[in-house]
Ligand binder design. Structure first.
Ligand SMILES: [Zn+2]
Length: 392
């Protein structure tokens, strides 16, 4: 029990810790050019605490100080056709839902600008993207009259940039003070109450039910269920228009607009009871799940199999470090060429491109995200690699 810990989502005191891992690299996706740097990478503790008042889950041991969202931060997914198809479908869907044509769009945490450019090009919109990791050298080029990028954290300093649509994808889970952040977004919108706000984050309900420990890593300090996310937005002065999941339930999305008449907000009891059950399920089943993976991989290794993981990002780092795999798995495969010849934080595997497998001929490929299995199988067929795919 983290008795003194105050829930950053609702302000209640006392969170129950239900999962702990030690020695998690404080970053999973920084580009690390030497194995030594990867093995000696700074570590931190993860202690997931559950708030019984609002259903929020957070790493109560999280320290934001070592987080470095510089241009060494490499999290783009845009080398994957599966991901790109999803992204385009989402952009078209949002444009249709909210008539985003000839409108002003802000994206908070825009990465290298892929989604913002898509929204602006498909809908003929004007955009401003904020991200401290945005790198003008390699970020998407766009007509500066139409799209601008600001390499900084979004804050109230930028209230002058008003928009019809504010989107924020895969960012809120990196922010520990969640209510402060969403309230800041609400204040920045001020009296433009027609503004639509869209947030997308990982879906913690799926993480709990799938025992997806590979989705729990240091950068992600905040974990939301549909109930705790809707609660946060209502509490921060929004009316919630829709909450849904996508991408095989991996992503949780919310659409909201400023509330004209903010009412007293209480958590949804039914949703809270469901999360309580999911947390308890995770707490009791996770030790066996970890043992199962350790046994599977160590057995294959002892049989002399060559094993690689496919996915050199955060899931890969969390999988390898949580299970403590150093020698059992020699390489991590990734389709992002910027990651090639870099090393996995914590366990030090070299990241290689798919072509490397033509020579290496692994026996087993552990797939860090099953949604890419078809795409990976096509790559392996093309390369003449007959390895068995083992999805998480
Ligand atoms: Zn709470």
């Amino acid at each position: 029990m983290a008795d003194q810990y105050v829930c950053p989502n609702c302000g209640a005191a006392g969170l129950t810790v239900f999962y702990e891992t030690h020695d998690a690299p404080v970053h999973s996706v920084l580009l690390l050019p030497t194995q030594e740097e990867a093995l000696n990478f700074p570590r931190g503790e993860i202690k997931l605490g559950f708030c019984d008042q609002c259903g929020f889950i957070t790493n109560v041991a999280y320290d934001p100080a070592p987080q470095d969202y510089s241009s060494r931060y490499e999290a783009t997914q845009s080398f994957s056709p599966t991901f790109n198809a999803f992204s385009r479908r989402l952009a078209n869907d949002l444009i249709a839902r909210y008539d985003l044509r000839d409108k002003d769009v802000i994206e908070i945490g825009c990465g290298q600008g892929e989604f913002l450019v898509e929204l602006c090009e498909l809908g003929g919109n004007r955009g401003v993207g904020f991200d401290p990791a945005y790198d003008a050298e390699r970020g998407l080029k766009a007509d500066p009259e139409q799209i601008r990028f600001i390499a900084d954290y979004y804050s109230e300093r930028y209230t002058d940039y008003q928009a019809d649509f504010v989107c924020c994808k895969m960012t809120l889970e990196h922010i520990d003070q969640t209510a402060d952040f969403v309230s800041m977004v609400r204040r920045s919108i001020a009296d433009r109450t027609d503004t639509i706000v869209f947030f997308q984050i990982p879906n913690a309900t799926r993480v709990l039910r799938d025992l997806a420990f590979w989705d729990i890593y240091y950068e992600h300090c905040s974990y939301f269920t549909p109930g705790s996310l809707a609660y946060l937005f209502r509490r921060s002065g929004f009316d919630v228009l829709d909450v849904r999941t996508d991408y095989d339930d991996q992503y949780l999305m919310i659409e909201a607009k400023p509330a004209c008449d903010p009412a007293l907000v209480t958590a949804d009891d039914a949703a809270l009871a469901e999360t309580r059950r999911d947390v308890e399920y995770f707490r009791t089943r996770i030790p066996a799940k970890l043992r199962e993976w350790q046994t599977t991989v160590r057995d294959l290794h002892q049989q002399g199999q060559r094993i690689v993981i496919w996915g050199g990002g955060s899931k890969g780092v969390a999988f390898l470090t949580t299970l403590g795999f150093y020698d059992e798995i020699e390489y991590a495969v990734d389709i992002n060429p910027r990651k090639h010849s870099m090393f996995m934080a914590g366990t030090g595997q070299e990241t290689v491109g798919p072509d490397f497998l033509r020579e290496y001929q692994p026996d087993t490929v552990i797939v860090m995200n099953p949604i890419y299995c078809d795409e990976i199988q096509r790559d392996l067929d093309r390369l003449g690699v007959s390895a068995r795919l083992l999805p998480l």
